[in-house]
Design a protein around this ligand. Structure first.
Ligand SMILES: Nc1nc2c(c(=O)[nH]1)N[C@H]1C(S)=C(S)[C@@H](COP(=O)(O)O)O[C@H]1N2
Ligand SMILES: [Mo]
Length: 253
């Protein structure tokens, strides 16, 4: 099945109300070898194997003419946590993104510092399991080089994204991906949408773009990125706000 067919199947399944569609389950996550490989600590072997799979292939990139007139906002639209309200009031001048956990050199960056880094721009389609899609243009630095700068410890296996919104007032939004997917060539930390600073609805001041994954994986309102060896002790232990409520973790498309 081609990627676009797969995607329209996904959209139809979601639109038909197929709750918690088993996104990506038919793929890598279901293969026993994949689980063994994820558990392996041999990064070199892991990298070679990943190169042989499709996980590093690019999501389709569209042209300017394909950009949706307005990019829908979904989930949290306007965070009410006191921390976010204060940061927003000062136009995010006091906001910083922290990178820590299993790294040799934890550090943090202001929005201005992030904007000064080399950036990637990509026009991609966002697919939400609730049954809608939208094409938008995203800009920001690649995540991989930032992790390299922090010096990822060999024990690290997952990248956790911490957010500033408590969706529905029941726990802060968070997400996680395998370390390997942080190095996908389209995994960026986006500060611009359609050539303008990210609107609050779409995750200001910064959100992650994971173009081979479903919408819920792409955490908005980022404040901290943590490298960990296990997801078990974090919040509900399933690796994300929605995963803790039954969604599939890998979320690949
Ligand atoms: N922090 C945070 N990130 C989030 C969400 C959220 O509610 N809070 N919703 C997720 C879902 S389900 C989707 S589809 C996308 C929506 O992104 P958008 O608001 O830019 O459309 O963000 C994802 N990331
Ligand atoms: Mo979503």
């Amino acid at each position: 099945m081609s990627l676009s067919n797969r995607r329209s199947v996904l959209a139809r399944a979601a639109a038909a109300g197929t709750a918690l569609w088993l996104a990506g389950c038919d793929r890598l996550a279901a293969k026993p070898g994949f689980a063994r490989w994820l558990a392996s600590s041999d990064r070199l072997t892991e990298g070679t194997q990943r190169a042989l799979t499709s996980r590093n292939s690019l999501a389709h990139e569209y042209s300017e003419a394909d950009i949706a007139p307005s990019f829908r906002a979904n989930g949290t639209l306007n965070p009410q946590s006191p921390e976010y309200v204060a940061l927003r009031a000062n136009n995010f001048r006091d906001w910083r993104l922290g990178i820590g956990g299993l790294v040799k050199n934890p550090f943090s960056l202001s929005l201005e510092e992030l904007r000064a880094l080399p950036a990637r721009t990509q026009i991609t389609r966002h697919d939400c399991v609730e049954g809608w899609s939208a094409i938008g243009k995203w800009k920001g630095p690649l995540l991989g080089p930032l992790l390299d700068r922090a010096g990822v410890e060999p024990a690290a296996r997952f990248v956790v994204f911490r957010c500033l919104d408590n969706l529905g007032g029941v726990g802060m939004y968070y997400e996680s991906i395998a370390l390997e997917d942080a190095y996908h060539p389209q995994t960026i930390l986006a500060y611009d949408l359609n050539d303008k600073p990210l609107p609050v609805g779409n995750g200001a001041p910064l959100r992650v773009r994971l173009e081979r994954m479903l919408g819920y994986k792409m955490a908005k309102y980022l404040v901290r990125i943590e490298l960990v060896d296990s997801l078990a002790g974090i919040e509900g232990g399933k690796g994300g706000y929605w995963e803790d409520r039954g969604y599939q973790w890998f979320g690949g498309i």
